[in-house]
Design a protein around this ligand. Structure first.
Ligand code: FES
Length: 108
């Protein structure tokens, strides 16, 4: 696992991503969807497992599911599981809040 610092602090992340918002993060060749729910930050692959739409164009509902803007499939933002098992799981990435910033772990 390789860790990337993406914000100076959790507060900085919360100030950048609105509540139930999703932002695109480019890490080298990887496209990551950064989402905020319940004042926590989550990271998933940006490409929807169904047909590749960008999930950073989607939204988060009150259940903490990221909703794809194309066919409205819903993925649990923590586990990546699609709510009706209509497609494979969305890849999720761990987030760590450390004294020197907020980090995302990417498998090598
Ligand atoms: S591409 Fe995301 S639900 Fe179809």
């Amino acid at each position: 696992m390789k860790w990337f610092k993406v914000f100076e602090s959790k507060e900085s992340a919360l100030n950048t991503i609105p509540d139930k918002g999703v932002k695109l993060l480019l890490l080298g060749q990887r496209r990551i969807a950064l989402a905020r729910f319940d004042d926590k930050i989550f990271a998933t692959a940006d490409a929807c497992p169904h047909n590749g739409e960008s999930l950073s164009k989607g939204s988060i509902n009150y259940l903490g599911e990221i909703i794809c803007p194309w066919h409205n499939y819903r993925f649990n933002i923590k586990s990546g599981t699609e709510c009706q098992n209509r497609t494979q799981d969305l890849q999720t990435f761990p987030i760590e809040c450390r004294a020197d910033g907020l980090f995302i772990g990417i498998p090598e």
